[in-house]
Design a protein around this ligand. Structure first.
Ligand SMILES: NC(=O)c1ccc[n+]([C@@H]2O[C@H](COP(=O)([O-])OP(=O)(O)OC[C@H]3O[C@@H](n4cnc5c(N)ncnc54)[C@H](OP(=O)(O)O)[C@@H]3O)[C@@H](O)[C@H]2O)c1
Length: 385
């Protein structure tokens, strides 16, 4: 493993060409995705340097409580690996010898930021917004795996995406990338941006953006009881610790809103029509009691699946964007459509446009997973160079 010292000087290679300066990175969030990103950057350092002239230099790494800031002689890969091991053990960065308490991410970006920096948001919090604004105001770049900053007020999305910071400003892609916020490593946002910027008109987007809910839909299609598939997904760790976080559809709604805004729609979260898969009466139960109550929903979903099957359709939990409306919920789709042929935990998005009609442009594949997501984040960093 190459040991890297954070030297920002231009380096001359053996071949005689001038290597570009290291890319300074501030990483916010060291959970599953942040750790995978750190692991991939260290493991692929020689590959990226040799093949892409990319040398990543960490200025700071932050979790919810602490931060580790680059020492004077830069982080070595050995130190970065130690930080990784500490987080893999579930410990806080404040426990690292170089660690300190962080109470203000914007202050960290302010202090350690430098020209050419990229701030990477791998948190699951909207507390990063001020730090991201500061970064963009300083001319730094921003990469988000975190959906939350892009799904609060439209004005925040506008400023972060720079798609149209002022009403009459031209739309540009700007210095921010958020490819992994929808479909993880799948190229959904890039494809949408390419269609939109070419002048193609998107007529409709329909997609399945939750591997967990996809798994449940396949179970219903196979004639299994709703309660049985939810409990199995819970046992296998496919759901969040509280399965209602998946079944409520909010995460899918956030992805739908990001797509809607990517199409140029001006829309707030409360305008997304979300129908969850459990009734309000089960909302306040403990997780155990919720799981115990699930059989009371079995007959309803059995009937819905049977009705769909009698029309040659299958049930999918989809986000549909068409004619200005954004709807998230259970839908019966034609069995022979791309969404209807979907099975298991894959994500799929159908994009219908002027040029992709009547057959849509379809993107399908694994839509979650920390390694694929981290690789997508790294691709965003490379694209921004
Ligand atoms: N996992 C996937 O497959 C996937 C796919 C696509 C997108 N994403 C998105 O990627 C993001 C990260 O996902 P994940 O699975 O890595 O989540 P995670 O395991 O929950 O990790 C979140 C990280 O953010 C840190 N954090 C939380 N609040 C913070 C704050 N205010 N300031 C600084 N750090 C803060 C946490 O700190 P502590 O370590 O101190 O708790 C933790 O390190 C999420 O927004 C998720 O929606 C995930």
């Amino acid at each position: 493993m190459a040991d890297f010292l954070g030297d920002s000087a231009i380096q001359t290679t053996g071949a005689g060409w001038i290597a570009s300066a290291p890319k300074p990175v501030i990483l916010l969030g060291l959970g599953g995705v942040g750790q995978a990103l750190l692991r991939q950057i260290v493991a692929k350092r020689a590959f990226h340097a040799e093949q892409y002239d990319l040398r990543i230099r960490f200025l700071a790494l932050c979790d919810s409580r602490g931060a580790v800031v680059e020492p004077d002689d830069g982080f070595s890969d050995r130190q970065l690996t130690e930080i990784l091991q500490l987080k893999e053990q579930g410990r806080a960065l404040t426990n690292h010898p170089l660690g300190g308490i962080q109470e203000d991410l914007a202050a960290i970006v302010d202090i350690v930021g430098q020209p050419g920096a990229v701030v990477i948001d791998c948190t699951a919090s909207d507390a990063t917004v001020e730090a991201l604004f500061l970064a963009l105001n300083r001319g730094y770049q921003v990469v988000l795996a975190n959906k939350k900053p892009l799904t609060i007020e439209q004005a925040v999305y506008d400023q972060l995406s720079r798609s149209r910071a002022a009403a009459d400003a031209p739309r540009t892609l700007g210095q921010t990338r958020w490819e992994t916020t929808v479909g993880a490593g799948l190229p959904v946002i890039a494809t949408l941006n390419r269609l939109v910027s070419s002048g193609d008109e998107i007529e409709r987007i329909a997609g399945a953006f939750s591997g967990t809910l996809g798994y449940l839909m396949t179970g219903l299609e196979e004639g299994r009881a709703f309660s049985e598939t939810v409990r199995e997904a819970f046992r296998l760790g496919y759901t969040e610790p509280d399965p209602r976080d998946d079944l409520g559809g909010i995460d899918v709604a956030r992805k739908a809103l990001i797509l809607a805004r990517g199409m140029g729609w001006r829309m707030e979260m409360d305008q997304v029509q979300v129908s969850g898969l459990y009734p309000e009466r089960l909302a306040d139960l403990s997780v155990d009691n919720f799981l115990a109550e699930l059989p009371s929903l079995d007959e309803r979903y059995r009937q819905e699946a049977a009705r769909a099957a009698s029309e040659g359709k299958v049930l999918r939990y989809t986000a549909t964007l068409a004619e200005g409306a954004c709807c998230v919920g259970l839908t019966a789709v034609a069995k022979e459509s791309p969404l209807g042929r979907l099975s298991g935990t894959d994500n799929l998005v159908e994009l219908y446009s002027c040029w992709y009609s009547p057959n849509p442009l379809v993107i399908q594949g694994r839509g979650a997973g920390v390694e694929a997501t981290a690789a997508g984040v790294l691709s965003d960093v490379m694209e921004l160079r």
